[in-house]
Ligand binder design. Structure first.
Ligand code: SF4
Ligand code: SF4
Length: 478
């Protein structure tokens, strides 16, 4: 049942069709929309997941996308794009709560509205728990790329990714993973970097590579903001709790929960993985941030977080409400409803353009003068709640880690870029790194910056806790 637009219940409203005349002249040619067909509803209860609190935005409603909203969404998305390739991205909450039939209908609608020459790819982010033969046969048949959320081996994964009885979900997720493998579904791993796994970058990476056979991975920092007033409740978690008033998560406050990743430790975690990758896996394992950084050396920005501006990643709620970004599903960033206004008009609105430009215009002086600015661009605005070195507000909480990663990885990244420009594969960096390692010697400090000898750090096959002794204390941003 649609709450905001009960009058628009037909399969599709025809009065909002875009024509060459009605297309906003300054509308973006493409964007990457994340659709939440079951809103923020989920079948598990990850402790760090503030999206669970977003259910409070639509109280007393069944959070399920209707056939009418699905039709309007798919049609408007395909009408909006001027690029030949379009991604239909499903997310949550947990989208498998919608059942396979809903997505069969989505695929039919794509075929109905697809213009000649348009190529549509489907992506689907899931915790994997409900995946079975039916789901995986469907994914395989329609070439879905499935993102599976895993935080590492069992003991790391189960720290925060728990069900409603606070039991770890590792075994259930692995059952879903084995279904994906059995049916040959293309998958990537989405791993959050949090207080539990932040010291175990290489062990986590190796688990994905060696145990799960993952070829694509992304590592997303957990940063849960809170204020002096909300920090205690926030530390208890974001789901409904008996006897406690639920807090709607918004991007406010300069405190972070105890589950959040340490600012500098995020960079240490990434470098721990990078030093492994650059020696063994270039060209065969793809880590999103590494690809993005290499592309940035060619002036191309594949990820909004490290692009100069943003605003091309809106989120669609189950009822047709469109928000500026998946991380800003909160009242102040609701652009409108696609049943009332075509999504392209919302994307071209002054509010959304301002949202995207703000990323550039709100850079601190420290960022503007930073030597890795072209790679980092200040990071995501949602994380800009710390003080800069000069005491200016609006510095990225993760800055110490971002700076560490971009500076330390840069020599190898630049070598890969040079290799590519001269017609050689970037994977030749592995042979170059091996020569450098030999010349430096086994007992020299490891280039990762851990302070350990190379032989006992990235020169070793079995150093699972190389970073156990390093940092974490940063819990306050300013
Ligand atoms: S706010 Fe952050 S996540 Fe959202 S579009 Fe901008 S950079 Fe991307
Ligand atoms: S590393 Fe820090 S100072 Fe440099 S651009 Fe990124 S956030 Fe700004």
């Amino acid at each position: 049942m649609e709450a905001t637009l009960p009058s628009c219940t037909a399969a599709s409203c025809d009065d909002d069709r875009l024509t060459a005349e009605t297309r906003p002249p300054d509308a973006p040619p493409c964007f990457h929309l994340l659709a939440k067909p079951s809103g923020s509803t989920c079948n598990i209860d990850c402790k760090y997941c503030f999206f669970l609190s977003k259910e409070a935005l639509y109280p007393n409603e069944k959070h399920r996308m209707s056939e009418g909203t699905l039709d309007t969404y798919i049609r408007q998305l395909l009408e909006s794009h001027r690029t030949p390739e379009i991604i239909v991205a499903w997310q949550g909450g947990e989208p498998t709560l919608m059942k396979v039939e809903f997505f069969r209908r989505a695929v039919e609608l794509v075929e109905k509205y697809r213009r000649p020459g348009q190529v549509v790819k489907h992506t689907f982010q899931t915790n994997g728990i409900l995946l079975d033969d039916e789901w995986c046969e469907f994914f395989k048949q329609h070439n879905f790329l499935v993102g599976l959320s895993v935080d590492g081996p069992r003991e790391l994964h189960d720290t925060f990714r728990v069900d409603r009885r606070a039991q770890g979900t590792f075994d259930l997720v692995m059952r879903g993973w084995s279904q994906l493998r059995k049916h040959g579904v293309e998958f990537n791993i989405l791993c959050t970097v949090n207080a539990a796994n932040q010291h175990h970058g290489r062990s986590v990476y190796r688990f994905f590579r060696d145990e799960l056979g993952a070829k694509w991975m992304q590592f997303i920092p957990i940063i849960e903001r809170a204020t002096e007033q909300t920090i205690q409740v926030a530390n208890r978690g974001w789901s409904e709790q008996p006897g406690s008033k639920r807090v709607l998560y918004t991007q406010t406050g300069n405190l972070v929960t105890e589950r959040s990743v340490g600012a500098q430790q995020y960079g240490v975690f990434l470098m721990d993985i990078f030093e492994e990758w650059v020696r063994h896996d270039v060209g065969r394992v793809f880590v999103q941030l590494f690809d993005v950084t290499l592309e940035a050396l060619f002036g191309r920005h594949l990820l909004c977080i490290h692009a100069p501006t943003c605003g091309l990643g809106p989120a669609l709620e189950y009822n047709g409400d469109l928000y500026s970004c998946d991380h800003f599903v909160e009242p102040g960033y609701r652009l409108g409803n696609i049943h009332e206004t075509h999504m392209l008009k919302l994307m071209a609105s002054p509010e959304q353009r301002k949202f995207g430009l703000n990323k550039l215009e709100s850079l601190t002086g420290q960022c503007r003068q930073c030597e890795v600015r072209a790679l980092c661009n200040g990071g995501c605005p949602k994380d800009r709640f710390a003080l800069s070195r000069d005491g200016e507000e609006g510095q990225n909480y993760l800055c110490p880690g971002l700076e560490l990663f971009f500076k330390r990885s840069r020599p190898a990244m630049e070598t890969m870029a040079k290799l590519f420009r001269s017609g050689r594969p970037p994977s030749d960096i592995m042979a170059i790194t091996a020569i450098e390692d030999k010349r430096r010697g086994a007992y020299a400090p490891c280039p990762c910056g851990s302070g350990r000898k190379f032989r006992f750090c990235h020169g070793s096959d079995t150093p699972p806790s190389a970073f156990d002794a390093t940092t974490t204390g940063e819990r306050r941003a300013s």
